[in-house]
Design a protein around this ligand. Structure first.
Ligand code: C2O
Ligand code: CU
Length: 489
């Protein structure tokens, strides 16, 4: 049977994985009868991996330093026109004129030097979300004076870990980020998983007012729930299309840069192989049909292009209720995936790579409590999001010591989800609601469902100083849900 032989030649491995895949491919092949007329490219014809093409609409940062181990860039915060869709421009705050800001790419061990100039009419800073920088490079209100209008600051630090990170201001976050200040950083190791192409996908949304401009921060309800904007802007654009070729393996590095929208992503007909999280590679890949990406969160995914040439698929945000009537209640289109007419490539073998993640030894450590709560006063139209009963900057600082394990019980006393983010250090989730977490990973952002309790552990390496942690729903940061962590030597 011709069709059958054809399918067979496409499949280079006979694991369960590839057999399962045939269930997707077989009906499509039969339907379209492509086998007869479309020869399958032999493996040697596979184009080499295209690592530089990670853009999908992103601009690459210009490295002005010839030293291959130093990435040195100029970064300016300035007002600009953000073209969210062809011909449709909104006033924005930009890094170097674009939204998102330039994609910074580097290798583990490189030094990153950023000559930052603030051309805005208000103060700002840059926080390097997830990067293990020294405390005085963290860009938080605890670690540096905001850069005044017309002012400059030089950020300089080493990049110790491979992964996807991002940068954004830590002043008036909900507004400065909503109007465009954010960008991505990719740090690669010498041992990256094989993929045909890599994409950085920055998820965001905006709400436009009647004047067609990004609406100013809203009312009590919007403060309370955070802004779920009406328009999906992926890598800064509405209606972004992601090109794919049948048989390809794409690597998607996803970050949720939105202020409050939760994304439960699914690509119908396809599966995601999760190979990494905030702090880099996982000990073992896990394959899922959908994936919750909360604000601030990152995922590293392999996506095998199992649909036939010339078809389309839609990356979809599935409904997810995040408490108090907030969330997404009907599936939303996020990003169109368009298959080219090119003949299918043979599939790559299932990914098996991994890195060991040692468990943090937390025996004998007394946990500290971090209680997250909210108070709404309808009569005065005020709302406070609290940590340990107080709003930042009045929350008593937590303390930790370099080299000593910290265990925190993070307790959500409210009805709504709150994604907690810790600056500077990766943690492991030990348990949720007392149930030990099955898989180990390094995180800097983890979601807490309403009334959920998370036990996390981390061990500060030698970067003493004042750090911060907070909910990454930016409206909640603005209204108090942030606190300080003093790390002493
Ligand atoms: Cu992206 Cu203080 O965080
Ligand atoms: Cu929150």
């Amino acid at each position: 049977m011709a069709t059958r032989r054809c399918v067979h030649t496409r499949s280079r491995v006979t694991s369960m994985h590839s057999i399962r895949r045939l269930f997707w491919i077989l009906p499509a092949v039969l339907l379209l009868g492509r086998c007869g007329d479309a020869p399958i490219a032999p493996p040697s014809a596979r184009p080499g991996p295209d690592l530089a093409a990670s853009g999908l609409g992103l601009t690459n940062a210009t490295d002005i330093n010839p030293d291959p181990r130093v990435v040195e860039i100029n970064l300016e915060a300035r007002m600009g026109d953000w073209e969210i869709s062809p011909g449709r421009r909104v006033r924005a705050m930009t890094y170097n004129g674009g939204v998102p800001g330039p994609l910074i790419e580097a290798r583990v061990g490189d030094t990153l030097v950023v000559h930052f100039t603030n051309h805005l009419t208000e103060p700002t800073t840059i926080h390097w979300h997830g990067l293990r920088v020294p405390a005085d490079m963290d860009g938080s209100p605890r670690s540096q004076q905001p850069v005044a209008p017309g002012g400059t600051f030089e950020y300089r630090f080493a990049l110790p870990d491979a992964g996807l990170y991002w940068y954004h201001p830590h002043v008036d976050e909900a507004r400065q980020m909503e109007v465009g200040l954010y960008g991505a950083i990719v740090v690669r190791s010498d041992d990256e998983p094989r993929a045909d192409i890599e994409r950085v996908i920055m998820l965001d949304d905006v709400t436009l007012g009647e004047d067609g401009q990004i609406a100013p921060p809203g009312d009590l309800l919007e403060i309370h729930s955070g802004r779920d904007g009406g328009l999906q802007v992926i890598n800064g654009h509405i209606g972004t299309v992601l090109p794919m070729r049948a048989g390809q393996r794409q690597r998607w590095r996803v970050v949720n840069a939105g202020s409050a929208r939760f994304y439960r992503l699914s690509l119908p007909g396809h599966r995601f192989t999760v190979i990494g999280t905030d702090g880099g590679a996982l000990p073992a890949p896990r394959t899922v049909d959908d994936l919750l990406v909360v604000p601030g969160d990152r995922y590293d995914l392999l996506v095998d292009a199992v649909a036939p040439p010339s078809t389309r698929a839609m990356l979809t945000n599935l409904p997810y209720a995040r408490g108090h009537g907030a969330g997404v209640f009907a599936a939303e289109d996020v990003l169109a995936v368009a298959y080219s007419a090119d003949p299918a490539l043979p599939f790559l073998a299932p990914f098996t790579g991994a890195r060991a993640i040692e468990a943090i030894d937390s025996a004998g450590v007394t946990p500290s409590e971090v209680r997250m709560s909210e108070v709404v006063d309808e009569s005065t139209q005020t709302i406070r999001f609290l940590i340990n009963g107080a709003a930042w900057p009045d929350v008593p600082a937590l303390h930790a010591t370099v080299g000593h394990t910290e265990v925190w019980d993070v307790i959500n006393e409210s009805e709504m989800d709150h994604p907690i983010h810790l600056h500077g250090f990766f943690f492991q989730v030990l348990a949720r609601n007392g149930v030990p977490e099955a898989a180990r990973s390094w995180e800097d952002t983890a979601n807490l469902r309403g009334h959920e309790r998370l036990r996390i552990a981390f061990r500060p390496d030698d970067r003493p100083g004042m750090w911060m942690f907070h909910c990454h729903i930016l409206e909640h940061v603005d209204h108090g849900m942030m606190a300080d962590l003093m790390v002493d030597r």
